[in-house]
Design a protein around this ligand. Structure first.
Ligand code: HEM
Length: 406
């Protein structure tokens, strides 16, 4: 099965030498490549566009890099934002919003998330079929993060549409980093982001409450530059919905292949978090994160020069046999530790509890309204492929749902 509940597939015959992060074939089924990558070339030099990148796939090496931000810097773009910053900027930026994502703060959202998930689940089960990504997961997660940010309703759909240009936005930032001319497409995406988020910032000045207004307060107090503020909002909006949308989509994909889990989700409250952790381990929304080396360094015996781009393959590390017996197999009943889906170290995901809570509630809502979920044979799953930065999930996942009895 395509990197899902099963083992690596036929594309495994392609050797590590052919591994390219931006190859659509590899992006559609990266799990086919990871075992050979880990065993034959755990630190591989490959190309992203015309730039060399080092790809690190073993659990131990990925963790070492994540825990050493002085050597493996997140500052891969000139303008720092939370995700792409190092201390001391990182501490300053993270502190500004961290309290909003504490477990206690996020738990306050349980009521609204439950209410919304329930309405959406009822609607799609009544229809009997839907695209679970567009009609359920994205609607839930976009509504929740937009509410937290305090984005005006009229901007929500525009912001969401803009997320389709994230690859070009990253391309634009990478071009700036390298001092080369961005492609017209990348430049246009950069201008669209700046324009729309600029509008969101200006509107927030007139509204109380919400994270955007809070960030604009820091901007007005001179504690945040405008570029940081634009990036921040973009990252909170993007990370706040697309990753969780992918998680819910990936979870439903597994439920469609292993129907026995749906019953357990509806009957056993303790099973749901275990199920979600195993989805995160075997199909994490972020397959890979980036760092740049600040000095010459050695990873697993491979010298890497200062200034090199490094890709840490969280998804490959999560299935490493060195930390998990039979790591390729989806089994929520096994004690699985060492899950890197939310990263590790100073940049550990800020929204991890929000993502877990939304997904728990979403799956429970589905399980309480549907007795069965299967893939729609008329419309096959459409994976996310495209740039080298994509999340791992489905753009579209059409399913058929049977209503629960009573
Ligand atoms: C399944 C859902 C999610 C996954 C798998 C995920 C994964 C990650 C990972 C791997 C990182 C670390 C990146 C790095 O070290 O370079 C990260 C950071 C981050 N995530 Fe998430 N994330 C998810 C949901 C969310 C949500 C719902 C939010 C809410 C806004 C969020 C906000 C952030 C932020 C702000 C950071 C940057 C933290 C920092 O740099 O200090 N994430 N996430």
């Amino acid at each position: 099965m395509c990197g899902g509940t099963g083992k690596a597939g036929g594309a495994a015959s392609v050797g590590p030498g052919h591994f390219r992060l931006d190859d659509p074939v590899i992006q559609a089924d990266p799990y086919a490549f990871y075992p050979r990558l880990r065993s034959e070339q755990p630190v591989l030099r490959t190309m992203v566009g015309d730039e060399p990148w080092w790809v690190v796939s073993r659990h131990e090496d990925v963790v070492k890099a994540l825990m050493d931000p002085a050597t493996f810097s997140s500052r891969i773009f000139p303008d720092p934002n939370l995700l792409f910053s190092d201390p001391p900027d990182h501490e300053r930026l993270r502190k500004m919003v961290a309290p909003w994502f504490s477990r206690r703060a996020v738990d306050q959202l349980t009521g609204p998330i439950t209410e919304h998930a329930d309405i959406l689940a009822q609607q799609i089960v009544a229809r009997g079929q839907c695209d679970i990504v567009e009609d359920f997961a994205a609607k839930l997660t976009v509504t929740m993060i937009s509410g937290m940010l305090g984005v005006a309703p009229g901007d929500v759909e525009d912001l969401r549409q803009l997320q389709g240009f994230l690859t070009e936005w990253f391309e634009m930032l990478l071009a700036v980093r390298r001092g080369v001319e961005p492609s017209p497409r990348a430049r246009a995406a950069g201008e669209r982001f700046d324009g729309l988020i600029g509008r969101v910032i200006d509107e927030a000045s007139f509204r109380e409450g919400g994270l955007v207004a809070k960030l604009v307060g820091h901007l007005n107090a001179g504690e945040l530059t405008r570029a940081e503020c634009v990036s921040y909002i973009n990252i909170l909006f993007g990370a706040g919905h697309s990753t969780t949308t992918d998680l819910i989509g990936n979870a439903v994909y597994i439920l469609a292949h292993s129907p026995e889990y749906l019953g357990r989700i509806s009957s056993d409250a303790e099973f749901v978090p275990l199920f979600i952790e195993e989805v995160l381990r075997t199909r994490p929304s972020f397959h890979r994160i980036s760092r740049v080396t600040t000095r010459d360094v050695d990873i697993a015996g491979q010298p890497i020069p200062a200034g090199s781009m490094v890709r840490l393959l969280l998804a490959a590390a999560n299935r490493d046999p060195a930390v998990h017996d039979d790591g390729e197999t989806f089994d929520p009943d096994l004690p699985r530790r060492a899950n890197l889906a939310f990263g590790r170290g100073i940049h550990t995901c800020l929204g991890s509890w929000l993502a877990r809570l939304e997904t728990m509630i979403a799956l429970r809502a589905l399980a309480s309204h549907a007795s069965g979920i299967e893939l729609d044979s008329l419309h096959g799953p459409v994976s996310q492929t495209g740039g080298a930065f994509n999340n791992f999930g489905f753009r579209h996942l059409h399913v058929r749902l049977s209503p629960a009895a009573g």
